[in-house]
Design a protein around this ligand. Structure first.
Ligand SMILES: Nc1ncnc2c1ncn2[C@@H]1O[C@H](COP(=O)(O)OP(=O)(O)OP(=O)(O)O)[C@@H](O)[C@H]1O
Ligand SMILES: [Mg+2]
Length: 316
C-alpha cells in the first residue's frame, strides 16, 4: 500500500446548523449543530479513508478547538500528526436557511503560525521516510511566506516522493517554480498562473501545456466543476466528463477529487484512469449535503459510467 502524507496549513472545525430564517437582532433558534473537521489536506486524508485507503494528516492544532479537531479525526480513524500551535484552531460556521434553501458560509481567518511552529512542521516532513505521495492542500494562513510550499517541494524531491499541490495564488506559483509532480487547479486558479483574468475553455489546455513544457510539473488536472476535468500531460490533453447527478452541495468536491486521483495512482491505474476515478469521487461528493465528502459506493458507480465513455480530445 502507498504511503501518503497530507499537509494542511490552515485547518478548522466546521460547525453546521440550520435555521428557518436568518434575521438580524432577534434571538434565533438553530438546529443541533453538526461538527466536522475541515481544511484541504485533512479532507483529502478523510476522503482517502472513506475510499478504503490510508493517509496520515499533518497539521497545526491549538487550544480547545484544536483538541476537538484531533478527536474528530481520531473518531474517523484518520492517522494524525498534529503540531501544537499557540493560537486556537479556527472554527467556521455554516448556516442553512430553510426558507430560502440558501447556505451561508462564515469563514474565520486562518491562524498565524509562529516561526518555531513552521520549523516543527518542516522537521516532521523531513523525518518521515518512504513516502510515495505528499499532498499539500488548502490556503496558507497569514504570516506564512508564500515560498512555504516551495520548500516542501524541495524536501519531496529529495525524498523521491510525488508532490501533489491543491492551492492557489503565489504559493502555487512558487511551488511550481521549485518543481512538483502534479497540480489540481480549477479554471480560476489556472488563470492566475497564466496572468489572465479568465481563460476560455480552448485556452485552458494551452496554458496547462506551457507549464508542463517549462518543466515545472508533470501532470495538471484542471477541475471544471459540473463539466468534469481536463487532464494535461506532456503527450496529450484529455477531457473527462462528469456524469450528471443531483447536486446537493459542492463543498469538498475538490478534496474528494484529489483523494480519488491518489487512490487511483496507488492502485496502479495509469494517469487517465486515475483522473477518471478523481472525477467520479469529486462528483460523488456533490451528491451529499453540507461539508460531507464522497461515499465509496457512489464514486465506484460513477467511475463505471465514466470509464464506459472514451476521453474526448480537448479543444486545442
Ligand atoms: N455541480 C457539479 N456536478 C457534478 N460534478 C461536480 C460539480 N461540481 C464539482 N464536481 C466534481 O468535483 C470536481 C471538482 O470540482 P471543482 O472544479 O468545483 O473543484 P474546486 O473548484 O477545486 O472545488 P473546491 O471548492 O472543493 O475547492 C469536478 O471535477 C467534478 O468531478
Ligand atoms: Mg479547490
Amino acid at each position: 500500500m502507498s504511503r501518503i502524507l497530507t499537509i494542511t496549513f490552515s485547518p478548522c472545525i466546521d460547525k453546521s446548523t440550520s435555521i428557518q430564517e436568518l434575521l438580524p437582532d432577534k434571538k434565533l433558534k438553530c438546529s443541533s449543530p453538526k461538527i466536522e473537521p475541515g481544511g484541504g489536506g485533512i479532507n483529502v486524508a478523510r476522503a482517502i479513508g472513506k475510499l478504503g485507503g490510508k493517509a496520515v494528516a499533518l497539521y497545526p492544532s491549538g487550544g480547545c478547538t484544536g483538541k476537538i479537531l484531533d478527536q474528530l479525526l481520531k473518531n474517523e480513524r484518520v492517522s494524525i500528526i498534529s503540531i501544537r500551535m499557540k493560537q486556537e484552531t479556527r472554527e467556521n460556521i455554516i448556516v442553512f436557511e430553510n426558507s430560502t434553501n440558501k447556505q451561508f458560509r462564515l469563514g474565520m481567518p486562518g491562524n498565524d503560525l509562529s516561526k518555531t511552529e513552521c520549523q516543527e512542521l518542516f522537521k516532521i516532513i523531513t523525518r518521515i521516510n518512504n513516502l510515495n505521495f505528499i499532498v499539500a492542500s488548502g490556503s496558507l494562513p497569514p504570516g506564512i511566506p508564500p515560498n512555504f510550499i516551495a520548500r516542501i517541494a524541495d524536501i519531496a524531491k529529495r525524498k523521491h516522493a510525488k508532490l501533489i499541490i491543491d492551492t492557489s495564488g503565489e504559493p502555487l506559483r512558487s511551488a511550481l517554480a521549485e518543481g512538483v509532480y502534479m497540480i489540481k487547479p480549477n479554471a480560476s486558479e489556472l488563470s492566475y498562473l497564466a496572468n489572465k483574468e479568465y481563460l476560455q475553455e480552448n485556452e485552458i489546455a494551452d496554458e496547462a501545456k506551457k507549464i508542463i513544457t517549462s518543466g515545472q510539473c508533470e501532470i495538471i488536472i484542471v477541475s471544471l466543476g459540473a463539466k468534469g476535468a481536463l487532464l494535461v500531460t506532456k503527450d496529450k490533453a484529455t477531457r473527462i466528463v462528469a456524469p450528471p447527478v443531483r447536486t446537493i452541495s459542492t463543498v469538498g468536491a475538490g478534496d474528494s477529487m484529489v483523494a480519488g486521483i491518489i487512490m487511483g495512482l496507488s492502485k496502479g491505474y495509469d494517469i487517465e484512469t486515475a483522473a477518471k476515478y478523481g472525477v467520479a469521487c469529486g462528483t460523488a461528493a456533490t451528491m451529499n449535503p453540507g461539508t460531507e465528502l464522497c461515499h465509496k459506493e457512489d464514486a465506484d458507480k460513477l467511475f463505471t459510467q465514466i470509464r464506459s465513455l472514451t476521453g474526448i480530445p480537448a479543444l486545442v
